[in-house]
Design a protein around this ligand. Structure first.
Ligand code: GRF
Length: 236
């Protein structure tokens, strides 16, 4: 991994060296997870900064939201590359080089990445997926969780591998499924947790607390959360 940028911060009382990982968020649409990451990065001492928001969709709403916050944006539409996915990703890679990016966060980026790009950025691309991987890979996860009758759903942040929605898992959030949930109500409840989970997972990676060893993520110094039961005991 490229070493993170070092910024010397000098105050009246002290001087210190602050290291921040330069992150590019890839989006294709509204960009709510990108905004959650940007909010987290704006807090002092967060170990990463959103240095670029990149989209394959020229008019993705999230691009405008990022620009309003003063974040650099780039649109790299795929259509001009006429099906040559690797050529499209070489153009993206050039943008990442221009902005000296260390890590890519996929945040609703609706294109599969080529093996060329995934290997070039190996262990430097993370993704958020709205299910408890490895269950419910792919699209329409909330509908499929309801059809399956699962009582827990959630979201996962993982390092990206060539196969869709696969790769070492960094962090997961669980969400109970209610008897009267619709895909929309369940998706809304999951999205709230996505906005908590993604900044948390990014901090783990950017601080060096989460690393990949043998295709599993190793975490330093984290207590286990409490187990949970749905429906709760006593609910009869
Ligand atoms: C999120 O549900 C995310 O998990 C999935 O795509 C959606 C993007 O939403 N990968 P947003 O653009 O971040 O609002």
């Amino acid at each position: 991994m490229r070493s993170a940028t070092c910024i010397r911060v000098t105050g009246r009382r002290s001087s210190m060296v602050r290291s921040e990982m330069r992150v590019a968020a890839f989006i294709s649409g509204r960009g709510s997870n990108m905004l959650a990451l940007a909010d987290a990065c704006a807090v002092s001492d967060f170990p990463a900064e959103i240095a670029l928001v990149l989209s394959n969709v020229v008019d993705a709403p999230g691009l405008g939201l990022a620009a309003e916050r003063g974040i650099a944006t780039e649109a790299v539409p795929h259509r001009p590359f006429a099906g040559d996915r690797e050529a499209h990703e070489r153009a993206i890679d050039a943008a990442l080089e221009r902005h000296a990016i260390d890590l890519v966060c996929l945040a609703g980026y609706m294109r599969l990445l080529t093996p060329w790009f995934v290997e070039r950025w190996r262990n430097r691309i993370i993704n958020i997926h709205p299910s408890l991987l490895p269950a419910f890979k792919g699209l329409d996860t909330h509908e499929r969780v309801l059809e399956a009758g699962a009582l827990w759903h959630g979201c996962t942040v993982h390092f990206v591998r060539v196969a869709m929605d696969e790769g070492p898992i960094i962090a997961q959030a669980i969400v109970p499924v209610a008897a009267d949930d619709t895909a929309e109500s369940l998706g809304t409840r999951v999205l709230v947790q996505e906005h908590r989970l993604y900044p948390h997972a990014l901090a783990l990676v950017a601080s060096g607390a989460a690393t990949v060893e043998g295709e599993r993520v190793v975490l330093r110094g984290h207590p286990l959360p409490e187990p949970a039961i749905n429906p709760p005991e006593g609910a009869r």
